[in-house]
Design a protein around this ligand. Structure first.
Ligand SMILES: [Ca+2]
Length: 537
């Protein structure tokens, strides 16, 4: 289970990253009897969360990037190629990380809603277990506030999405909230946050275990790289996806909304209502990520210098993915792979290195995993939707079973009306997607045969049972027994980003399989078309 099969060149690595690798690694059975020494009591934990870093935005998966420190962690530590978020949107995903719960349970359905009072954040339990805790960076939950939040002894944050640069270009400094005090910004955001993290790490004396949550603003749009990285990396190395083109083949079988989105705020024809070039956009993203990677290198160097790497677990993850032209779209929110899939790598703390863990893991697993690593648990009455993968990470015997699929949910936002409310079930082999509140088709993809999600198999008669089972499993997994599966109603504040380019493409068509002349014998409702019983009018 410790072979470096992913470290064998970009083609194999890319195949692995898109889920086509054949080798099954670190399965529960594999790990039995091969345990390393038990983890030291109460290891230190550093969690580095990067904003909108998609699953393949690391140099060992994409040669257009340069991330030697992330590559080192993947090579010498543990790489999770099947890591996902249960919602591809900043605040809801971050809330799932902190609470260990699905969005419909924690209630942060968009980037504006505030936490319910009394919500449990996992760092509270780390404090109770004796940890010193720090939050440094983007919080972005609870309205436009950067006030200190429960669970953290040290607090450094900013309002909303924050700003890359320390001032507005007109002499007005942006500010940070440091333990409740308003302090003026000094430098480029990634370097500034990383500097605070290094300062805090240097203060740790080893008498108390610590937990550091370093939450970067990078690489959220609009990307601004550090000055030292502005002219670096190759534009020519950036490859846009084949699915970006507006061709009948690319939209065959796709939902109507994907074609509609093409000419919109989140589409390649009118991106952010501008003339933005997607290649230039991706180049700036790649450049902006470099400061994050350099910061990780400094953190590792500091740990090594202090002799703390053996007892400090470093975990790096993305809060959601990002589309750069896939299916004619940009940004995130959808259940397509580039949106819901994230990087996840771990290193240090005595974990056996050079391993790939193939199990499906998610943002909702962070809270139970970190509490397990710390040897503690949530207080009575707190329920996690996620599972601890601490044993998988640390190479310890794993008492299965592990999940075979993961549910996904996204709730429509009035301000970005291009993407409908989405529910999906992502398994090892198939992904099933259904939409709520729009007249559109479901989707089913065979991820082994079609990792780019180009051939919608929803109407394939041979897969009818697969579709029925996944519909049922999705519904069951979202926990309707508790009556919490209702679609969230959010407040509309304006008309939203509704503009279209007059010279761009038109709206999408209905699926061809739905078209009839009106004389066919299958003109009942959808149940009849699928061989079931109509349920009335
Ligand atoms: Ca994000």
């Amino acid at each position: 289970m410790t072979n470096l099969r992913f470290w064998c060149g970009p083609i194999a690595a890319a195949a692995l990253a898109i889920g086509t690798a054949v080798t099954v690694n670190a399965s529960p059975a594999d790990t039995r009897g091969k345990a390393e020494a038990p983890a030291r009591p109460q290891p230190n934990i550093i969690f580095i969360l990067n904003d909108d870093q998609r699953y393949d935005a690391m140099g060992f998966l994409d040669p257009a990037l340069r991330t030697p420190n992330m590559d080192r962690i993947a090579r010498e530590g543990v790489y999770f190629p099947n890591a996902f978020v249960t919602t591809a949107l900043c605040s809801p995903s971050r809330a799932s990380i902190l609470t260990g719960q699905y969005m419909h349970n924690h209630g942060i359905a968009d980037n504006n809603i505030k936490f319910r009072p009394g919500t449990f954040f996992f760092p509270m339990a780390l404090q109770t277990a004796g940890y010193r805790t720090a939050f440094i960076g983007k919080w972005h939950m609870g309205g436009h506030s950067d006030d200190p939040q429960p669970g953290f002894d040290r607090w450094i944050s900013f309002k909303g999405q924050g700003e890359y640069l320390p001032d507005n270009g007109k002499g007005v400094r942006h500010t940070l909230n440091i333990d409740g005090q308003r302090v003026e910004r000094r430098g480029y955001i990634t370097d500034e946050l990383n500097g605070f993290a290094l300062d805090w790490l240097k203060q740790q004396d080893g008498k108390q275990p610590f937990f550091l949550y370093l939450s970067h603003k990078a690489v959220h749009a609009d990307f601004i790289p550090a000055d030292r990285h502005k002219d670096t990396l190759s534009r020519e190395a950036i490859k846009l996806p084949d699915s970006m083109a507006d061709t009948p083949e690319n939209y065959e079988g796709k939902p109507r909304w994907t074609k509609d989105q093409r000419n919109s705020w989140h589409g390649v024809e009118f991106p952010y209502h501008s003339t933005l070039d997607v290649v230039d956009f991706k180049l700036r993203y790649n450049q902006t990520l470099r400061a994050v990677d350099e910061g990780i290198g400094q953190i590792l160097a500091t740990l090594e210098k202090k002799g703390m790497l053996e007892n400090t677990i470093v975990v790096m993850m993305g809060d959601n993915g990002f589309l750069f032209g896939e299916h004619g779209m940009i940004d995130k929110r959808s259940a397509y792979e580039e949106s819901m899939r994230v990087p996840l790598i771990a290193f240090g703390g005595g974990m056996p290195g050079g391993r790939v863990v193939d199990q499906i893991v998610a943002n909702i697993d962070i809270a139970p995993t970190f509490l397990a690593l710390a040897g503690t648990a949530a207080p009575q009455g707190v329920r996690f939707d996620g599972m601890s993968y601490a044993d998988l990470m640390m190479g310890r015997p794993f008492k299965g079973p592990w999940r075979t699929s993961l549910s996904y949910e996204y709730y429509w936002e009035y301000n970005y009306p291009q993407t409908p409310t989405t529910f999906a079930l992502r398994g090892d082999r198939y992904k099933y997607i259904q939409y709520h509140g729009v007249w559109d088709t479901e989707e089913l993809y065979d991820l082994k045969a079609d990792p780019r999600e180009m051939r919608n198999l929803i109407a394939d008669p041979a897969l009818r049972q697969v579709v029925r089972k996944m519909r049922g499993d999705l519904f069951a997994s979202l926990d309707p027994e508790q009556g919490r599966s209702s679609v969230t109603f959010t407040q509309r504040l304006d008309e939203g980003s509704v503009l279209r380019n007059r010279n761009g493409s038109g709206p999408g068509d209905f699926p061809r399989r739905w078209l009839r002349d009106g004389t066919e014998d299958d003109l009942g409702n959808g149940q009849k078309a699928e061989g079931g019983q109509p349920v009335g009018h």
